[in-house]
Design a protein around this ligand. Sequence first.
Ligand SMILES: Nc1ncnc2c1ncn2[C@@H]1O[C@H](COP(=O)(O)OP(=O)(O)O)[C@@H](O)[C@H]1O
Ligand SMILES: O=C(CO)[C@H](O)[C@H](O)COP(=O)(O)O
Length: 559
Amino acid sequence: MEKRYVIGIDFGTESGRVVIADVEQGGELASHATLYRHGTIVEKLPGSGKALGQDWALQHPDDYREVLKQSVREVLRISGVRPEQVIGIGVDFTSCTILPVDAKGQPLCVQERYRNEPHAYVKLWKHHAAQEEANRINEWAKESGETFLARYGGKSSSEWMVAKVWQVLNEAPEIYQAAYRFVEAGDWIVQQLTGNWVRSNCSAGYKAFWHKQDGYPPRQFFKQLDPRLEDLTDTKLAGDVLPLGTRAGELSAEAAQLTGLCPGTAVAVATIDAHAGVAGSGAVRSGQMVMAMGTSLCLLVLSHNEVSVEGVSGVVEDGMITGLYGYEAGQPAVGDLFGWYCDQAVPGYVQEAAAKEGVSVHTWLEQRAAELKPGQHGLMAVDWWNGNRSVLEDADLSGLIVGLTLQTKPPEIYRALLESTAFGTRKIMEAFEEAGVHVNEIFACGGLPKRNRLFMQIYADVTGREIKIAAAAETTALGAAIHGAVAAGTERGGYPDLAAAAIQMAKVREETFRPIPENVAVYDDLYRQYIRLHDVFGRGGLVMKELKRIKRKLSNHSE
Ligand SMILES: Nc1ncnc2c1ncn2[C@@H]1O[C@H](COP(=O)(O)OP(=O)(O)O)[C@@H](O)[C@H]1O
Ligand SMILES: O=C(CO)[C@H](O)[C@H](O)COP(=O)(O)O
Protein backbone atom coordinates (compact mmCIF):
# COMPACT_ATOMS: atom_id res chain seq x y z
CA MET A 1 0.00 0.00 0.00
CA GLU A 2 1.24 3.49 -0.81
CA LYS A 3 2.33 5.56 2.17
CA ARG A 4 -0.49 7.55 3.75
CA TYR A 5 -0.36 10.90 5.53
CA VAL A 6 -2.61 13.11 7.59
CA ILE A 7 -2.68 16.83 8.17
CA GLY A 8 -3.28 18.51 11.53
CA ILE A 9 -4.18 22.20 11.72
CA ASP A 10 -3.73 23.85 15.12
CA PHE A 11 -5.23 27.31 15.59
CA GLY A 12 -3.50 28.82 18.66
CA THR A 13 -3.82 32.26 20.20
CA GLU A 14 -1.11 33.93 18.14
CA SER A 15 -0.70 31.73 15.09
CA GLY A 16 -1.97 28.71 13.21
CA ARG A 17 0.37 25.73 12.86
CA VAL A 18 0.05 22.90 10.39
CA VAL A 19 1.84 19.54 10.52
CA ILE A 20 1.88 16.60 8.19
CA ALA A 21 2.35 13.17 9.78
CA ASP A 22 2.94 9.67 8.54
CA VAL A 23 -0.13 7.58 9.43
CA GLU A 24 1.96 4.58 10.49
CA GLN A 25 4.98 6.25 12.08
CA GLY A 26 3.34 9.37 13.50
CA GLY A 27 5.71 12.21 14.42
CA GLU A 28 5.89 15.33 12.29
CA LEU A 29 7.25 15.13 8.79
CA ALA A 30 7.01 18.88 8.29
CA SER A 31 5.40 21.83 10.03
CA HIS A 32 4.65 25.43 9.19
CA ALA A 33 3.22 28.37 11.12
CA THR A 34 1.33 31.42 9.91
CA LEU A 35 1.12 34.33 12.34
CA TYR A 36 -2.26 36.01 12.56
CA ARG A 37 -1.85 39.32 10.75
CA HIS A 38 -4.35 41.13 12.97
CA GLY A 39 -3.14 39.36 16.13
CA THR A 40 -5.45 39.71 19.12
CA ILE A 41 -7.55 42.86 18.81
CA VAL A 42 -7.85 44.40 22.27
CA GLU A 43 -7.93 48.17 21.87
CA LYS A 44 -9.58 49.17 18.61
CA LEU A 45 -11.06 47.60 15.51
CA PRO A 46 -8.87 47.34 12.43
CA GLY A 47 -9.88 49.86 9.78
CA SER A 48 -12.29 52.17 11.59
CA GLY A 49 -10.25 52.30 14.78
CA LYS A 50 -13.43 51.97 16.85
CA ALA A 51 -12.44 51.63 20.51
CA LEU A 52 -13.16 48.42 22.39
CA GLY A 53 -14.19 48.16 26.02
CA GLN A 54 -12.24 46.73 28.90
CA ASP A 55 -11.50 42.97 28.82
CA TRP A 56 -12.30 42.62 25.13
CA ALA A 57 -10.27 40.23 22.96
CA LEU A 58 -11.27 39.82 19.32
CA GLN A 59 -9.74 38.21 16.26
CA HIS A 60 -10.25 38.47 12.52
CA PRO A 61 -11.42 35.30 10.72
CA ASP A 62 -9.45 36.19 7.57
CA ASP A 63 -6.33 35.30 9.57
CA TYR A 64 -7.59 31.74 9.99
CA ARG A 65 -8.26 31.36 6.27
CA GLU A 66 -4.72 32.56 5.65
CA VAL A 67 -3.41 29.62 7.71
CA LEU A 68 -5.37 27.23 5.48
CA LYS A 69 -4.04 28.94 2.40
CA GLN A 70 -0.38 29.31 3.39
CA SER A 71 0.59 26.63 5.85
CA VAL A 72 -1.15 23.61 4.33
CA ARG A 73 0.60 24.19 1.00
CA GLU A 74 3.88 24.78 2.78
CA VAL A 75 3.86 21.44 4.63
CA LEU A 76 3.08 19.68 1.36
CA ARG A 77 5.96 21.48 -0.31
CA ILE A 78 8.46 20.90 2.51
CA SER A 79 7.57 17.23 2.96
CA GLY A 80 7.23 16.40 -0.74
CA VAL A 81 3.99 14.51 0.02
CA ARG A 82 1.51 14.48 -2.85
CA PRO A 83 -2.04 15.71 -2.03
CA GLU A 84 -3.56 12.36 -3.01
CA GLN A 85 -1.46 10.67 -0.31
CA VAL A 86 -3.25 12.71 2.37
CA ILE A 87 -6.17 10.66 3.70
CA GLY A 88 -7.42 12.89 6.50
CA ILE A 89 -7.42 16.35 8.02
CA GLY A 90 -7.95 17.24 11.68
CA VAL A 91 -8.53 20.69 13.15
CA ASP A 92 -8.07 22.02 16.65
CA PHE A 93 -8.81 25.52 17.86
CA THR A 94 -8.53 27.60 21.00
CA SER A 95 -11.84 27.63 22.76
CA CYS A 96 -14.29 29.07 23.55
CA THR A 97 -13.56 31.20 20.49
CA ILE A 98 -16.81 32.06 18.71
CA LEU A 99 -18.14 34.05 15.80
CA PRO A 100 -21.51 35.05 14.36
CA VAL A 101 -22.00 33.89 10.77
CA ASP A 102 -24.69 34.11 8.10
CA ALA A 103 -26.49 31.14 6.51
CA LYS A 104 -23.64 30.61 4.06
CA GLY A 105 -21.07 30.54 6.84
CA GLN A 106 -19.72 33.99 6.06
CA PRO A 107 -18.58 35.82 9.21
CA LEU A 108 -20.66 38.94 9.85
CA CYS A 109 -17.55 41.06 10.44
CA VAL A 110 -16.39 40.73 6.82
CA GLN A 111 -19.69 42.12 5.56
CA GLU A 112 -19.53 45.81 4.77
CA ARG A 113 -22.50 46.79 6.94
CA TYR A 114 -21.09 45.14 10.08
CA ARG A 115 -17.39 45.99 9.64
CA ASN A 116 -17.51 48.65 12.36
CA GLU A 117 -19.48 46.59 14.83
CA PRO A 118 -17.18 44.96 17.41
CA HIS A 119 -19.77 42.28 18.23
CA ALA A 120 -19.62 41.04 14.62
CA TYR A 121 -16.01 39.88 15.11
CA VAL A 122 -14.56 36.68 16.52
CA LYS A 123 -14.60 36.68 20.31
CA LEU A 124 -11.37 35.00 21.31
CA TRP A 125 -11.35 32.56 24.25
CA LYS A 126 -9.80 35.23 26.45
CA HIS A 127 -12.48 37.84 25.79
CA HIS A 128 -13.59 38.41 29.39
CA ALA A 129 -16.12 41.20 28.93
CA ALA A 130 -19.10 38.90 29.53
CA GLN A 131 -18.37 38.47 33.25
CA GLU A 132 -21.69 40.07 34.21
CA GLU A 133 -23.58 37.61 32.02
CA ALA A 134 -21.55 34.74 33.53
CA ASN A 135 -22.40 35.95 37.04
CA ARG A 136 -26.09 36.02 36.17
CA ILE A 137 -25.93 32.49 34.71
CA ASN A 138 -24.31 31.32 37.95
CA GLU A 139 -26.89 33.05 40.12
CA TRP A 140 -29.80 31.80 38.09
CA ALA A 141 -28.50 28.20 37.94
CA LYS A 142 -28.33 28.25 41.74
CA GLU A 143 -31.80 29.73 42.17
CA SER A 144 -33.48 27.51 39.61
CA GLY A 145 -32.00 24.33 41.09
CA GLU A 146 -30.51 23.32 37.72
CA THR A 147 -27.64 20.91 38.39
CA PHE A 148 -25.74 21.02 35.10
CA LEU A 149 -23.17 23.49 36.48
CA ALA A 150 -21.91 20.76 38.83
CA ARG A 151 -20.10 19.35 35.79
CA TYR A 152 -18.30 22.70 35.49
CA GLY A 153 -17.04 22.96 39.05
CA GLY A 154 -20.22 24.84 40.02
CA LYS A 155 -19.55 27.95 37.94
CA SER A 156 -19.88 29.14 34.38
CA SER A 157 -17.09 31.22 32.91
CA SER A 158 -17.24 34.53 31.08
CA GLU A 159 -15.13 32.79 28.41
CA TRP A 160 -17.91 30.42 27.40
CA MET A 161 -20.51 30.31 24.67
CA VAL A 162 -23.71 31.31 26.48
CA ALA A 163 -22.19 34.27 28.35
CA LYS A 164 -20.55 35.54 25.16
CA VAL A 165 -23.67 35.14 23.00
CA TRP A 166 -25.79 36.81 25.67
CA GLN A 167 -23.38 39.73 25.76
CA VAL A 168 -23.97 40.16 22.00
CA LEU A 169 -27.73 40.07 22.56
CA ASN A 170 -27.50 42.64 25.36
CA GLU A 171 -25.15 45.05 23.66
CA ALA A 172 -25.80 44.56 19.93
CA PRO A 173 -29.24 42.97 19.42
CA GLU A 174 -29.07 43.66 15.68
CA ILE A 175 -25.98 41.43 15.41
CA TYR A 176 -27.71 38.73 17.43
CA GLN A 177 -30.67 38.92 15.04
CA ALA A 178 -28.46 38.95 11.95
CA ALA A 179 -26.48 35.89 13.06
CA TYR A 180 -27.75 32.69 11.48
CA ARG A 181 -25.52 30.79 13.90
CA PHE A 182 -22.95 31.43 16.58
CA VAL A 183 -20.24 28.88 16.00
CA GLU A 184 -17.06 27.78 17.66
CA ALA A 185 -14.20 28.82 15.40
CA GLY A 186 -13.09 25.17 15.13
CA ASP A 187 -16.55 24.17 13.88
CA TRP A 188 -16.51 27.11 11.51
CA ILE A 189 -13.22 25.93 9.97
CA VAL A 190 -14.75 22.48 9.49
CA GLN A 191 -17.75 24.15 7.83
CA GLN A 192 -15.40 26.11 5.57
CA LEU A 193 -13.58 22.90 4.63
CA THR A 194 -16.60 20.66 4.09
CA GLY A 195 -19.70 22.84 3.75
CA ASN A 196 -21.25 20.91 6.68
CA TRP A 197 -22.58 22.50 9.86
CA VAL A 198 -21.36 20.16 12.54
CA ARG A 199 -20.67 20.88 16.20
CA SER A 200 -17.94 19.12 18.11
CA ASN A 201 -18.95 17.27 21.29
CA CYS A 202 -15.70 18.58 22.78
CA SER A 203 -16.37 22.31 22.49
CA ALA A 204 -20.16 21.90 22.95
CA GLY A 205 -19.50 19.81 26.07
CA TYR A 206 -16.82 21.95 27.71
CA LYS A 207 -17.97 25.37 26.62
CA ALA A 208 -21.71 25.32 25.85
CA PHE A 209 -23.28 23.17 28.62
CA TRP A 210 -24.06 20.31 26.19
CA HIS A 211 -24.26 16.83 27.69
CA LYS A 212 -24.13 13.44 25.94
CA GLN A 213 -27.35 12.17 27.60
CA ASP A 214 -29.19 15.39 28.47
CA GLY A 215 -28.29 17.64 25.52
CA TYR A 216 -28.38 21.38 26.35
CA PRO A 217 -30.10 22.72 29.50
CA PRO A 218 -33.89 23.04 29.05
CA ARG A 219 -35.47 25.94 27.12
CA GLN A 220 -37.10 27.01 30.37
CA PHE A 221 -33.67 27.68 31.86
CA PHE A 222 -32.75 30.00 29.00
CA LYS A 223 -36.19 31.63 29.00
CA GLN A 224 -35.90 32.57 32.65
CA LEU A 225 -32.37 33.81 32.09
CA ASP A 226 -33.72 36.11 29.38
CA PRO A 227 -36.95 35.48 27.40
CA ARG A 228 -35.09 36.37 24.18
CA LEU A 229 -32.80 33.38 24.76
CA GLU A 230 -35.57 30.79 25.01
CA ASP A 231 -34.91 29.24 21.59
CA LEU A 232 -31.13 29.80 21.59
CA THR A 233 -30.11 26.16 21.38
CA ASP A 234 -32.70 25.36 18.68
CA THR A 235 -31.73 28.30 16.50
CA LYS A 236 -28.42 30.10 16.90
CA LEU A 237 -26.68 27.07 18.45
CA ALA A 238 -28.41 24.46 16.27
CA GLY A 239 -26.42 21.75 14.50
CA ASP A 240 -25.68 18.07 15.07
CA VAL A 241 -23.21 17.48 17.87
CA LEU A 242 -20.82 14.74 16.75
CA PRO A 243 -18.15 12.89 18.73
CA LEU A 244 -14.41 13.41 18.27
CA GLY A 245 -12.81 11.30 15.56
CA THR A 246 -16.05 11.24 13.53
CA ARG A 247 -15.85 12.28 9.89
CA ALA A 248 -17.55 15.67 9.71
CA GLY A 249 -17.49 15.54 5.94
CA GLU A 250 -15.15 15.61 2.98
CA LEU A 251 -13.06 18.43 1.60
CA SER A 252 -15.13 20.51 -0.83
CA ALA A 253 -13.84 21.52 -4.25
CA GLU A 254 -13.55 25.13 -3.09
CA ALA A 255 -11.60 24.20 0.03
CA ALA A 256 -9.39 21.90 -2.02
CA GLN A 257 -8.49 24.87 -4.16
CA LEU A 258 -7.75 26.97 -1.11
CA THR A 259 -5.50 24.40 0.57
CA GLY A 260 -3.97 22.51 -2.34
CA LEU A 261 -5.38 19.20 -1.05
CA CYS A 262 -7.68 16.80 -2.91
CA PRO A 263 -11.46 17.17 -2.87
CA GLY A 264 -13.01 14.27 -0.94
CA THR A 265 -10.27 14.08 1.72
CA ALA A 266 -11.84 13.13 5.08
CA VAL A 267 -12.21 15.99 7.58
CA ALA A 268 -12.59 15.24 11.28
CA VAL A 269 -14.92 16.93 13.75
CA ALA A 270 -12.92 19.77 15.34
CA THR A 271 -11.42 19.54 18.79
CA ILE A 272 -10.17 22.12 21.30
CA ASP A 273 -6.45 22.86 21.01
CA ALA A 274 -5.48 21.78 24.52
CA HIS A 275 -7.59 18.63 24.24
CA ALA A 276 -5.82 17.67 21.02
CA GLY A 277 -2.67 17.50 23.16
CA VAL A 278 -4.08 14.39 24.84
CA ALA A 279 -3.98 12.33 21.64
CA GLY A 280 -0.81 14.18 20.57
CA SER A 281 0.97 13.02 23.75
CA GLY A 282 -0.31 9.45 23.44
CA ALA A 283 -2.07 9.76 26.81
CA VAL A 284 -5.19 7.69 26.33
CA ARG A 285 -5.65 5.87 29.66
CA SER A 286 -7.48 6.60 32.90
CA GLY A 287 -5.13 8.26 35.42
CA GLN A 288 -3.03 10.02 32.79
CA MET A 289 -2.81 13.81 32.80
CA VAL A 290 -1.63 16.14 30.05
CA MET A 291 -0.50 19.70 30.73
CA ALA A 292 -0.93 21.80 27.58
CA MET A 293 1.51 24.60 28.30
CA GLY A 294 1.37 27.66 26.07
CA THR A 295 -0.29 31.06 26.27
CA SER A 296 -2.50 29.48 28.91
CA LEU A 297 -2.16 26.19 30.72
CA CYS A 298 -4.79 23.48 30.50
CA LEU A 299 -4.71 20.38 32.69
CA LEU A 300 -6.47 17.46 31.07
CA VAL A 301 -7.13 14.31 33.07
CA LEU A 302 -8.69 11.03 31.91
CA SER A 303 -10.77 8.89 34.24
CA HIS A 304 -13.26 6.04 34.23
CA ASN A 305 -15.31 7.93 36.80
CA GLU A 306 -17.39 11.08 36.81
CA VAL A 307 -17.25 13.05 40.06
CA SER A 308 -17.50 16.73 41.02
CA VAL A 309 -14.13 18.46 41.31
CA GLU A 310 -13.78 21.93 42.79
CA GLY A 311 -12.81 24.45 40.16
CA VAL A 312 -12.75 22.06 37.24
CA SER A 313 -13.52 23.83 33.96
CA GLY A 314 -15.56 20.85 32.86
CA VAL A 315 -15.95 17.10 32.73
CA VAL A 316 -17.24 15.60 29.49
CA GLU A 317 -17.79 11.96 28.61
CA ASP A 318 -15.80 11.15 25.43
CA GLY A 319 -14.59 14.77 25.52
CA MET A 320 -10.96 13.80 24.86
CA ILE A 321 -10.81 10.03 24.32
CA THR A 322 -13.84 7.87 23.55
CA GLY A 323 -15.01 5.78 26.51
CA LEU A 324 -13.43 7.97 29.22
CA TYR A 325 -14.44 11.06 31.13
CA GLY A 326 -12.14 13.93 30.28
CA TYR A 327 -11.59 16.58 32.97
CA GLU A 328 -10.29 20.01 32.06
CA ALA A 329 -8.95 22.61 34.46
CA GLY A 330 -6.42 25.34 33.98
CA GLN A 331 -4.92 28.77 34.23
CA PRO A 332 -5.67 31.50 31.71
CA ALA A 333 -2.30 33.28 31.82
CA VAL A 334 0.94 31.29 31.80
CA GLY A 335 3.06 31.99 28.69
CA ASP A 336 1.02 35.18 28.40
CA LEU A 337 2.09 36.23 31.90
CA PHE A 338 5.78 35.69 31.13
CA GLY A 339 5.23 37.45 27.80
CA TRP A 340 3.63 40.41 29.58
CA TYR A 341 6.63 40.73 31.86
CA CYS A 342 9.14 40.59 28.99
CA ASP A 343 7.18 43.02 26.81
CA GLN A 344 5.77 45.47 29.35
CA ALA A 345 7.74 45.43 32.55
CA VAL A 346 11.44 44.64 32.13
CA PRO A 347 13.82 47.60 32.12
CA GLY A 348 15.48 48.61 28.87
CA TYR A 349 18.89 47.30 29.97
CA VAL A 350 17.51 43.73 30.01
CA GLN A 351 16.17 44.05 26.49
CA GLU A 352 19.47 45.52 25.31
CA ALA A 353 21.51 42.78 26.99
CA ALA A 354 19.33 40.06 25.48
CA ALA A 355 19.59 41.65 22.03
CA LYS A 356 23.36 41.92 22.39
CA GLU A 357 23.62 38.23 23.26
CA GLY A 358 21.25 37.35 20.42
CA VAL A 359 18.72 35.61 22.70
CA SER A 360 15.11 36.38 23.53
CA VAL A 361 14.31 38.32 26.70
CA HIS A 362 12.69 35.12 28.02
CA THR A 363 15.90 33.16 27.52
CA TRP A 364 18.07 35.91 29.02
CA LEU A 365 15.90 36.01 32.14
CA GLU A 366 15.62 32.23 32.32
CA GLN A 367 19.40 31.80 32.28
CA ARG A 368 19.84 34.19 35.20
CA ALA A 369 16.80 32.96 37.11
CA ALA A 370 18.17 29.41 36.87
CA GLU A 371 21.19 30.49 38.94
CA LEU A 372 18.91 31.26 41.89
CA LYS A 373 17.92 28.67 44.48
CA PRO A 374 14.23 28.18 45.31
CA GLY A 375 13.14 30.78 47.85
CA GLN A 376 16.30 32.87 47.44
CA HIS A 377 14.52 35.85 45.87
CA GLY A 378 12.10 36.26 48.79
CA LEU A 379 9.17 36.84 46.44
CA MET A 380 5.76 35.28 46.03
CA ALA A 381 3.49 35.98 43.08
CA VAL A 382 -0.13 34.99 42.52
CA ASP A 383 -0.75 34.14 38.89
CA TRP A 384 -4.10 35.83 38.15
CA TRP A 385 -2.96 38.28 35.46
CA ASN A 386 -5.87 37.04 33.34
CA GLY A 387 -8.23 36.16 36.19
CA ASN A 388 -8.65 32.76 37.79
CA ARG A 389 -10.11 29.89 35.81
CA SER A 390 -9.87 27.15 38.45
CA VAL A 391 -11.07 26.82 42.03
CA LEU A 392 -12.03 30.51 42.24
CA GLU A 393 -13.37 30.86 38.65
CA ASP A 394 -13.38 34.63 38.51
CA ALA A 395 -12.10 36.77 35.64
CA ASP A 396 -12.12 39.85 37.91
CA LEU A 397 -9.21 38.62 40.02
CA SER A 398 -5.82 40.08 39.12
CA GLY A 399 -2.09 39.57 39.63
CA LEU A 400 -0.02 40.08 42.75
CA ILE A 401 3.65 40.06 43.77
CA VAL A 402 4.69 40.37 47.40
CA GLY A 403 8.18 40.59 48.87
CA LEU A 404 9.50 43.26 46.48
CA THR A 405 12.38 45.35 47.84
CA LEU A 406 14.78 47.93 46.46
CA GLN A 407 17.19 45.06 45.77
CA THR A 408 14.77 43.00 43.63
CA LYS A 409 16.10 42.20 40.14
CA PRO A 410 14.21 41.27 36.93
CA PRO A 411 15.37 37.60 36.84
CA GLU A 412 14.03 37.21 40.38
CA ILE A 413 10.63 38.52 39.38
CA TYR A 414 10.68 36.31 36.28
CA ARG A 415 11.41 33.27 38.44
CA ALA A 416 8.63 34.23 40.88
CA LEU A 417 6.19 34.44 37.97
CA LEU A 418 7.21 31.00 36.67
CA GLU A 419 6.77 29.63 40.20
CA SER A 420 3.38 31.28 40.70
CA THR A 421 1.93 29.37 37.76
CA ALA A 422 3.38 26.11 39.09
CA PHE A 423 1.76 26.78 42.49
CA GLY A 424 -1.54 27.41 40.70
CA THR A 425 -1.16 24.06 38.93
CA ARG A 426 -0.42 22.28 42.21
CA LYS A 427 -3.59 23.73 43.71
CA ILE A 428 -5.61 22.28 40.83
CA MET A 429 -3.87 18.90 41.08
CA GLU A 430 -4.74 18.76 44.77
CA ALA A 431 -8.38 19.49 43.96
CA PHE A 432 -8.38 16.47 41.61
CA GLU A 433 -6.82 14.22 44.26
CA GLU A 434 -9.26 15.42 46.94
CA ALA A 435 -12.18 14.58 44.65
CA GLY A 436 -10.81 11.08 44.07
CA VAL A 437 -9.56 11.64 40.52
CA HIS A 438 -6.09 10.13 40.76
CA VAL A 439 -3.26 11.09 38.47
CA ASN A 440 -0.56 8.44 37.96
CA GLU A 441 1.35 9.82 35.02
CA ILE A 442 1.94 13.38 33.81
CA PHE A 443 2.77 14.51 30.28
CA ALA A 444 3.59 18.02 29.13
CA CYS A 445 3.07 19.45 25.68
CA GLY A 446 2.62 22.85 24.01
CA GLY A 447 5.14 25.57 23.24
CA LEU A 448 6.70 26.02 26.70
CA PRO A 449 8.33 22.62 27.41
CA LYS A 450 10.58 23.06 24.40
CA ARG A 451 11.39 26.70 25.17
CA ASN A 452 12.04 26.91 28.88
CA ARG A 453 13.78 24.16 30.86
CA LEU A 454 13.74 26.10 34.12
CA PHE A 455 9.95 26.37 33.86
CA MET A 456 9.69 22.59 33.49
CA GLN A 457 12.06 21.86 36.39
CA ILE A 458 10.09 24.23 38.63
CA TYR A 459 6.89 22.33 37.77
CA ALA A 460 8.53 19.00 38.69
CA ASP A 461 9.84 20.51 41.96
CA VAL A 462 6.64 22.30 42.97
CA THR A 463 4.36 19.34 42.22
CA GLY A 464 6.87 16.70 43.36
CA ARG A 465 6.01 14.68 40.25
CA GLU A 466 7.96 13.34 37.28
CA ILE A 467 6.92 15.01 34.01
CA LYS A 468 7.21 13.30 30.64
CA ILE A 469 7.46 15.46 27.55
CA ALA A 470 5.56 14.76 24.35
CA ALA A 471 8.08 14.18 21.57
CA ALA A 472 6.30 16.15 18.89
CA ALA A 473 7.29 19.81 18.69
CA GLU A 474 3.75 20.67 17.60
CA THR A 475 1.91 18.23 19.83
CA THR A 476 -1.53 19.74 19.47
CA ALA A 477 -1.24 19.86 15.69
CA LEU A 478 -0.13 16.21 15.75
CA GLY A 479 -3.14 15.50 17.97
CA ALA A 480 -5.37 17.13 15.36
CA ALA A 481 -3.70 15.02 12.64
CA ILE A 482 -4.49 11.91 14.72
CA HIS A 483 -8.16 12.95 14.67
CA GLY A 484 -7.83 13.18 10.88
CA ALA A 485 -6.47 9.61 10.75
CA VAL A 486 -9.51 8.36 12.66
CA ALA A 487 -11.93 10.38 10.50
CA ALA A 488 -10.38 8.73 7.42
CA GLY A 489 -11.38 5.35 8.89
CA THR A 490 -9.78 1.96 8.36
CA GLU A 491 -11.23 1.69 4.86
CA ARG A 492 -8.95 4.55 3.73
CA GLY A 493 -5.97 3.30 5.70
CA GLY A 494 -6.63 5.20 8.94
CA TYR A 495 -7.52 4.00 12.43
CA PRO A 496 -10.70 2.72 14.09
CA ASP A 497 -10.51 5.03 17.13
CA LEU A 498 -8.52 7.79 18.81
CA ALA A 499 -6.80 5.55 21.37
CA ALA A 500 -5.49 3.15 18.71
CA ALA A 501 -4.30 6.02 16.52
CA ALA A 502 -2.64 7.93 19.38
CA ILE A 503 -0.77 4.89 20.71
CA GLN A 504 0.68 4.33 17.26
CA MET A 505 1.31 7.91 16.18
CA ALA A 506 2.36 9.81 19.35
CA LYS A 507 5.61 9.37 21.32
CA VAL A 508 7.28 10.87 24.37
CA ARG A 509 10.88 12.06 24.71
CA GLU A 510 13.34 9.84 26.58
CA GLU A 511 14.33 12.69 28.86
CA THR A 512 11.91 13.52 31.66
CA PHE A 513 11.89 16.21 34.37
CA ARG A 514 12.23 14.71 37.86
CA PRO A 515 11.75 16.53 41.17
CA ILE A 516 14.94 17.48 43.02
CA PRO A 517 14.29 16.54 46.70
CA GLU A 518 15.90 19.63 48.31
CA ASN A 519 13.90 21.92 46.01
CA VAL A 520 10.69 20.02 46.75
CA ALA A 521 11.14 20.69 50.49
CA VAL A 522 11.54 24.44 50.00
CA TYR A 523 8.65 24.63 47.57
CA ASP A 524 6.38 22.75 50.00
CA ASP A 525 6.98 25.57 52.43
CA LEU A 526 6.50 28.28 49.80
CA TYR A 527 3.33 26.65 48.52
CA ARG A 528 1.78 27.10 51.98
CA GLN A 529 2.43 30.84 51.65
CA TYR A 530 0.94 30.82 48.16
CA ILE A 531 -2.23 29.22 49.53
CA ARG A 532 -2.48 31.90 52.21
CA LEU A 533 -2.36 34.63 49.58
CA HIS A 534 -4.70 32.63 47.34
CA ASP A 535 -7.33 32.42 50.07
CA VAL A 536 -6.93 35.94 51.44
CA PHE A 537 -7.19 37.64 48.05
CA GLY A 538 -9.28 35.07 46.18
CA ARG A 539 -11.84 33.83 48.67
CA GLY A 540 -12.12 36.55 51.25
CA GLY A 541 -10.73 39.93 50.29
CA LEU A 542 -12.57 42.05 47.79
CA VAL A 543 -9.61 44.28 46.95
CA MET A 544 -9.07 43.05 43.40
CA LYS A 545 -12.75 43.05 42.55
CA GLU A 546 -13.18 46.56 43.93
CA LEU A 547 -10.20 47.80 41.89
CA LYS A 548 -11.77 46.31 38.79
CA ARG A 549 -15.15 47.87 39.61
CA ILE A 550 -13.63 51.32 40.01
CA LYS A 551 -11.64 50.93 36.78
CA ARG A 552 -14.76 49.80 34.91
CA LYS A 553 -16.74 52.75 36.26
CA LEU A 554 -14.07 55.23 35.23
CA SER A 555 -13.61 53.72 31.78
CA ASN A 556 -17.40 53.76 31.20
CA HIS A 557 -17.43 57.45 32.08
CA SER A 558 -14.60 58.28 29.72
CA GLU A 559 -16.16 56.38 26.74
N1 LIG B 1 11.21 31.09 26.44
C1 LIG B 1 9.96 31.26 26.87
N2 LIG B 1 9.65 31.01 28.15
C2 LIG B 1 8.40 31.17 28.62
N3 LIG B 1 7.37 31.57 27.86
C3 LIG B 1 7.61 31.82 26.56
C4 LIG B 1 8.91 31.69 26.00
N4 LIG B 1 8.83 32.02 24.70
C5 LIG B 1 7.54 32.35 24.45
N5 LIG B 1 6.80 32.23 25.57
C6 LIG B 1 5.34 32.43 25.71
O1 LIG B 1 4.70 31.31 25.09
C7 LIG B 1 3.39 31.67 24.65
C8 LIG B 1 3.06 31.00 23.32
O2 LIG B 1 2.92 29.65 23.52
P1 LIG B 1 2.64 28.61 22.34
O3 LIG B 1 2.41 27.28 22.94
O4 LIG B 1 3.73 28.71 21.35
O5 LIG B 1 1.36 29.19 21.61
P2 LIG B 1 -0.23 29.01 21.80
O6 LIG B 1 -0.53 29.16 23.24
O7 LIG B 1 -0.76 30.11 20.96
O8 LIG B 1 -0.57 27.66 21.30
C9 LIG B 1 3.36 33.18 24.62
O9 LIG B 1 2.45 33.60 25.60
C10 LIG B 1 4.80 33.63 24.97
O10 LIG B 1 4.81 34.76 25.81
O1 LIG C 1 -9.66 27.29 27.00
C1 LIG C 1 -8.95 26.74 26.21
C2 LIG C 1 -8.96 25.30 26.16
O2 LIG C 1 -10.10 24.83 26.80
C3 LIG C 1 -8.12 27.56 25.27
O3 LIG C 1 -8.11 26.97 24.02
C4 LIG C 1 -6.78 27.78 25.77
O4 LIG C 1 -6.79 28.17 27.09
C5 LIG C 1 -6.00 28.73 24.87
O5 LIG C 1 -5.03 27.94 24.42
P1 LIG C 1 -3.51 28.32 24.16
O6 LIG C 1 -2.87 28.58 25.47
O7 LIG C 1 -2.96 27.06 23.51
O8 LIG C 1 -3.53 29.48 23.23
